[in-house]
Design a protein around this ligand. Sequence first.
Ligand code: HEC
Ligand code: HEC
Length: 438
Amino acid sequence: MRLAGVALVLLSVGCAKDSERAASAREALAPDVLAGVLRASPLPPVPVDPTNAFADDPRAAHFGRVLFYDERFSANGEISCATCHDPDLGWADGSVTAAGLSSFGLHTPSLWNVAHNRWFFWDGRADTLWSQAVEPWEHPNEMGGDRVSFVRLLAADEELSGLYTELFGPLPDVQGWPATAKPVSGGGSHPMQMAWDEMSEESQEAATRVIVNLAKSVAAFERLIVTSETAFDRYVRGLRDGDPEDLSALGPEELHGMELFFSDARCHLCHHGPFFTDLEFHDVRLPYETGADGEPVREMGRWDGIQAVLKSPLNSEGVYSDSPAGEGEGGPVISGSAHGHLEYLLRSTHTKGEFKTPGLRNVGKTAPYTHRGIYESLEQVIAHYSELADAPPKRHEDVEEILVPVHLAEVEVAALAAFLRSLDSPYAGSELRPLNVD
Ligand code: HEC
Ligand code: HEC
């Protein structure tokens, strides 16, 4: 009893000290900085996805992992999702722009924490993680596969067909189907489209159901690609519990960068919350690319993305969604989800040229940056925001008003970059690597 009493006294002394330390560390920050910092940590759990009944099925995640690394789902048998989303390169490819079957002018985004997104692709033209995956498999620049070949591939491979049928039941009978076929956007006379048009509606629906099931499995796998605790998270824990070791996780330069990020540098106006993104779209006025005709290329970005997601037969409200009405068995739809929000999408002129705000966790590991990979370093990105010296003239009247030059001194650029690097997580995702190498 006596011992316990002593221990209790010691403990409460410790607590008093810790809570005092926490309070004074919090008081050292301006109130708006403190509010932004506390909102950014810790990470919430991966949100439920009622549109994917297999989202949290470990068997689906296992199958999805196998598929993610399988090069046979490409037209030349040499490209898998991991070719461009390599765990050793931050689930991206380290290149300026991606190269699949042919190169295309977009930078590969990292897949860290991807399941927390509301929209997918730089222009947000997919509103679920699973519907996103269908596009790279079939896109002529990426993997160039097709859903009919995929059914044949599954049927001919014992391991794949075993994994598939255990989850989704028997594969459709491909007798009488063309060898290859898929819907091709704008491709009325494309041989794949013509073969597709010859299939019965029932067969088309059966083949689409299969690629959707594969995509839902890949999505279940992608939900596991989650960053671990960072120096920043330890510091924020320190702000709450006063542990001196936690509080010292960020040094003076990183703290300076953090204060700038959440105040004068205005970064938090678009990059906020636990993933440092508002999950929405903005035009940060990157320099235009010059087209073949010598004219600046004015990308449409979100303007086209909105049109595409509304038209897509694979959107969250279509027949392939497991919860087309916007509700689900899986629990409440979290506020971050786009699910059930398509009707509110407004295609106004300011969406022209807007791209998705990327999350910034692990950003130190995923250079180069932006949707065209035009900046090699974090310092270059920050220099752009500082003066907007390389920005083209404003595109239209109602262009982004949040974005103004913030005029940073060189030490401030360095401090912001140091802060961003404190968001790098040590976890490398080793158990998410290909099965045959672990
Ligand atoms: C040839 C390289 C390449 C391959 C192969 C590839 N991707 Fe991507 N991925 C990209 C690029 C580039 C983008 C951005 C394209 C865009 O926004 O239009 C992207 C975007 C994504 C996104 C959206 C991320 C976000 O935050 O919006 C996800 C998820 C994704 N890919 C998963 C996959 C999966 C799953 C596969 C395999 C089925 C795959 N990718 C195959 C290059 C590739
Ligand atoms: C108006 C909203 C907005 C503001 C303010 C803003 N950003 Fe961004 N940020 C974005 C968007 C949108 C992109 C993607 C742009 C693109 O690729 O077209 C981006 C891209 C980035 C990237 C590249 C990430 C990657 O993975 O490619 C970094 C780093 C970044 N911002 C950091 C910052 C910092 C630091 C600040 C403050 C100095 C800041 N941002 C201010 C919206 C904003």
